[in-house]
Design a protein around this ligand. Structure first.
Ligand code: AMP
Length: 476
C-alpha cells in the first residue's frame, strides 16, 4: 500500500484514489517568461517519478500539468522586448518542453492556459452567479473570501493574517476583503485580451472599439488551474502537487474557487508539496538571481546525473545545490553504470545463486518508494545490492538466473527513476590505444610498464578497472 503525506491533513495516509485504480493527477507548471531553473525542475522531476511509480504499481494515471502562458511577468517582458506576449510565451513554452524531454520528464500531458479561456470564463460566471465573486469596475472580477469560511484549511492560515494573501497584481482599495483575489482581470492597454461573453481572442488591447467592452480581459492568477482540471477531471480529483511556495495563497485559492463553484468538497483528496531546492541557505528563485537554469546544466551534465541529484534527498526536505552535490551524483551514476556494464559483459555460467538477495533488495526498493516516495532509501537499496553482488559479478561466479534477475531489477528501477545512462560517452581513440598497449604489457607480465600507462591514462582524466572480462574505462 502506498503511503503519502497529505498537506491537507498533515498526516501520512494510505493512498486510496476516488475511483479504484484510476488516478487523476495535476501539478502546477511553469510561468513561461524565461528558462526554468533547477529548483523548478526538482518539483517537475519529483512528480514525473510519482506518476511513473504509480503507473508501475498498476494505477491508470492521467497526469496533467498546466503551462501559464498568460501572466503579468510575460506581458512585462514581452513589452520590454517589443514582441507579442503570446508569441513570447510560446517561445519559452517550447524551450521548457524541450528541456523536460531532455531531462527525461515524459509523464505529464501539458495544457496551456490560453487554450482554456472558455472554461475559465464558465467558472468565473458560475462564481458570479453564486455570489462568490463580484465586479470592481475598470479592474476585474474578484473572489469574495467572506463567502468561503474554509479558506486556509490547506495551509492553516487565513486571508486576514498573511501579508502574501494579497498578491501585487490583485491589489485594489475597492476589494471587499483584504485577501480577495482576481479571477478575471479587465483588459488594460497592451494586454492580450479575450471577449468575456464569447471567449474569443481579441488580440492585444490597442484601444480599438472591440476592447471598449468593459468585461474584455484575461484570467486571474489562480483560475486557470481549476478551469483546466474541471474540464479533464471534473470537480473532484485525486492528487494535486506543486512546490511548497504554492500552498498559500495559490492552492488555497484553487480550493476556494472549485469548492464554491461545485459545492463539493474536498476538491482534491491528496495534496503533495515539494520542499525547496536551496542555494546557500536561500530558496533558489529567479527574483533572487541565485539560480542555474536547467538548460545550462543539461549542457554540462547528463540528464541521469541531474535526475539522480534531484532525487537524492527526501522531497519534504530542502535540497542543497552545489558543485559538490552534483559531483557526488556523478559518482553515484557512474557506480551504477559500471555495474550495469559488468552485468552486460559477464558470462552466464557461474554457480552462485543471488536470487533471494536480489529479491530482498527489490522489496526494500519498493517498500521505500511505497513509503511516501522515500528516494534516498530507494537509492540505498540499489547501492546495497550493487555492493553485495559486485564481487561475485567481477569473479564471473553469478549464475544465469541471478544475472537475469539483477538486469530485470535495474530495468525496473530505472523505468521509474531514469538514472541509468543507456549510452555511454565515447572513449577517445588515444585512451583506447593506451589501454590496448597496457593490456599487451600485462599479458607479457611487464607490470611496471603497464602501471606507467595506467598513470598516463589517469593523467588524461580516465581510469581503467581490470575485470575478468577485460578492462573497463571510465572518466574520472
Ligand atoms: P513558477 O514558474 O515560479 O510558478 O514555478 C513552477 C514550479 O516550480 C512550482 O511548482 C513551484 O512551486 C516550483 N518551484 C519554484 N522554485 C522552486 C525551488 N527553489 N525548489 C523547488 N520547487 C520550486
Amino acid at each position: 500500500m502506498i503511503k503519502l503525506t497529505n498537506t491537507l491533513t498533515s498526516k501520512k495516509e494510505s493512498f486510496e484514489p476516488i475511483n479504484g485504480k484510476k488516478v487523476n493527477m495535476f501539478v502546477c507548471g511553469p510561468t513561461v517568461y524565461d528558462y526554468i531553473h533547477i529548483g523548478n525542475a526538482r518539483t517537475f522531476v519529483f512528480f514525473d517519478v510519482v506518476a511513473k511509480y504509480l503507473r508501475h504499481r498498476g494505477y491508470d494515471v492521467n497526469y496533467i500539468q498546466n503551462i501559464t502562458d498568460i501572466d503579468n511577468k510575460i506581458i512585462d517582458r514581452a513589452q520590454k522586448e517589443g514582441v507579442d506576449p503570446l508569441e513570447y510565451a510560446k517561445k519559452y513554452s517550447d524551450i521548457f518542453k524541450e528541456d523536460m524531454k531532455t531531462l527525461g520528464v515524459t509523464s505529464p500531458e501539458y495544457k496551456n492556459a490560453t487554450d482554456h479561456i472558455p472554461e475559465v470564463i464558465k467558472q468565473v460566471q458560475t462564481l458570479l452567479d453564486k455570489n462568490n465573486a463580484y465586479i470592481i469596475e475598470g479592474d476585474g472580477i474578484y473572489f469574495d473570501l467572506s463567502t468561503f469560511p474554509d479558506y486556509g484549511k490547506l495551509s492553516g492560515r487565513t486571508a486576514g493574517m498573511a501579508d502574501d494573501a494579497v498578491s501585487r497584481i490583485d491589489d485594489s482599495d475597492k476589494k471587499r476583503n483584504r485577501g480577495d483575489f482576481a479571477i478575471w482581470k479587465f483588459s488594460q492597454e497592451g494586454d492580450p485580451s479575450w471577449n468575456f461573453e464569447t471567449g474569443k481572442y481579441l488580440g492585444i488591447n490597442n484601444s480599438r472599439p472591440a476592447f471598449a467592452k468593459a468585461t474584455a480581459g484575461r484570467p486571474g492568477w489562480h483560475i486557470e488551474d481549476t478551469a483546466i482540471t474541471e474540464k479533464y477531471f471534473g470537480p473532484q480529483y485525486d492528487l494535486h502537487g506543486g512546490g511548497q511556495d504554492l500552498i498559500f495563497p495559490h492552492h488555497e485559492a484553487e480550493i476556494a474557487q472549485q469548492e464554491s463553484a461545485s459545492g463539493l468538497a474536498p476538491f482534491v483528496k491528496y495534496w503533495l508539496h515539494v520542499a525547496f531546492l536551496i542555494n546557500k541557505d536561500e530558496k533558489m528563485s529567479k527574483s533572487k538571481g541565485n539560480f542555474k537554469t536547467v538548460h545550462e546544466l543539461l549542457e554540462k551534465y547528463p540528464k541521469e546525473v541531474l535526475r539522480f541529484y534531484l532525487l537524492s534527498g527526501h522531497y519534504r526536505s530542502p535540497l542543497e545545490f552545489s558543485d559538490k552535490t552534483l559531483r557526488q551524483s556523478e559518482a553515484g551514476v557512474s557506480r551504477i553504470y559500471e555495474f550495469v556494464q559488468k552485468l552486460n559483459l559477464t558470462g552466464e555460467n557461474g554457480a552462485d545463486n543471488a536470487e533471494k538477495q536480489i529479491e530482498k533488495g527489490r522489496q526494500t526498493f519498493l517498500e521505500a518508494m511505497d513509503d511516501n516516495f522515500n528516494f534516498p532509501k530507494a537509492l540505498a537499496a540499489i547501492f546495497d545490492l550493487i555492493r553485495d553482488t559486485n564481487n561475485a559479478l567481477v569473479n564471473n561466479s553469478l549464475n544465469k538466473t541471478s544475472i537475469e534477475k539483477m538486469r530485470d531489477f535495474l530495468k525496473e528501477t530505472d523505468s521509474v527513476l531514469g538514472i541509468i545512462p543507456t549510452k555511454k560517452e565515447k572513449i577517445p581513440d588515444e585512451i583506447l590505444e593506451l589501454v590496448e598497449k597496457r593490456e599487451n604489457y600485462r599479458k607479457s607480465q611487464k607490470w611496471e610498464e603497464a602501471d606507467k600507462i595506467r598513470a598516463q591514462i589517469e593523467e588524461m582524466g580516465y581510469k581503467v578497472e581490470d575485470t575478468i572480462y577485460g578492462p573497463l574505462m571510465e572518466r574520472t
